[in-house]
Design a protein around this ligand. Sequence first.
Ligand SMILES: Cc1cc2nc3c(=O)[nH]c(=O)nc-3n(C[C@H](O)[C@H](O)[C@H](O)COP(=O)(O)OP(=O)(O)OC[C@H]3O[C@@H](n4cnc5c(N)ncnc54)[C@H](O)[C@@H]3O)c2cc1C
Length: 411
Amino acid sequence: MKKITIIGAGIVGIATAAYLRRDGHEVTVVDKLPPGEYTSSGNAGILSPGSCVPIAMPGILGKVPGYLSDPVGPLKVRWSYFPQALPWLFRFVTSTRLSRIESAADALSSLLSQTFDAHRPLAQNAGCSDMIRQTGYIVVYDTDEAYRKDALAWKLRRDRGVVCNAIDAAEIHWLVPALARNYARGVHLPEQGYVTNPERLTKTLARQFQKDGGTILQREVLDIEIGAQGPTALVTDAGRMEVETLVLCAGVHSGKFSAKLGDAVPLEAERGYHVTFSDPELELPMPVASAQNKLFVTPMEMGTRIAGQSEFAGIDAAPDYGRADVLVQHMKRMFPQVREAESTRWMGRRPSMPDSKPVIGRATKYANTYYAFGHGHVGLVGSAPTGRIIADLIGGRTPNIDISPFRVDRF
Ligand SMILES: Cc1cc2nc3c(=O)[nH]c(=O)nc-3n(C[C@H](O)[C@H](O)[C@H](O)COP(=O)(O)OP(=O)(O)OC[C@H]3O[C@@H](n4cnc5c(N)ncnc54)[C@H](O)[C@@H]3O)c2cc1C
């Protein structure tokens, strides 16, 4: 059994810790925050093998000017940050070639199709299976034309076995009666699901990991000491910690550590926002996505959450809650009856790679170091499958999927 240190107690780090502990390793997770309080706290909660379509799709470049000039559009770039984002954006654009899209969708599908299968054993062990709901969800479009423009994305999903049933306005109303009658077209994905509280899920799994003998330390990692064979110690704000095997799961902060370990990666903070309406007086039997506005509305245990937006402004810039106000406007259009009082706003940083694929696998230089970061829009969906893969690698087992598309040196 190995002595393993994980940097990061988001959903990826905690799921990885749980799988490693199940194998009997001595596992310590180090995070400057309590578990699940960074990006993994405020996401839309969607658990969907259907998220296998990369974000960089053909034609997206043509849509960008429209997105940027629309005050309620889904994309915002802070122009002072633009020069820094440019190399990432260039790679994003070069990822839109059809052959790359097909192979990225294959890779994502192989990982994300395991989401329920990999999450359930962890949730069962922690006594929180009720948080995982497989209700399906719907994606809606204002017009037939907008739906037709997304044909490639739906084909990519269907070709990979995702059940996607096209529905009309009457069927949309029948499935989600509370939704405004603004939508001409939709797709029902009956096999997808969601988590009723992503932060509580992470915290519950973290508590169970500790009960099962794992250790969580609240410390900031300032640096990594590296010897000839790889990392030997973490320098933290509470002193030095020796490490034997290291797993890097620090979300959007992983890039500076992987670069120090010899693996520079194009990792960008794709910032998103949510507004949670704690008493919306809405009955939602399943999540609803607006494809054109790139957002999800999810019925959660603490209220109804609308989440979306992509903002490029770097990791540290202050939140622009004007982007959350945009989400409120969309919410009112989708659900005009929503009660807005008692809503909370949040900003989080998706750790995004330009080809939408996370980094999963061993470091190129060091046999004692593994990476599990860069999950972008699918960190909740991909977390438990990733954790299982890392446990397989460290345990000397062959993972049940081909992980070469996720290797760190693919750029
Ligand atoms: C608006 C929005 C909606 C989303 N919706 C969904 C969704 O519906 N489904 C889905 O699958 N995904 C969704 N995502 C994406 C998902 O939230 C992320 O991919 C996921 O949370 C990433 O998890 P993580 O564990 O990699 O990173 P994080 O949750 O960011 O965890 C990284 C941890 O590392 C710690 N850390 C970093 N640096 C250090 C350091 N130096 N020392 C110590 N600790 C450190 C941080 O404190 C943090 O706790 C959404 C994201 C946003 C913003």
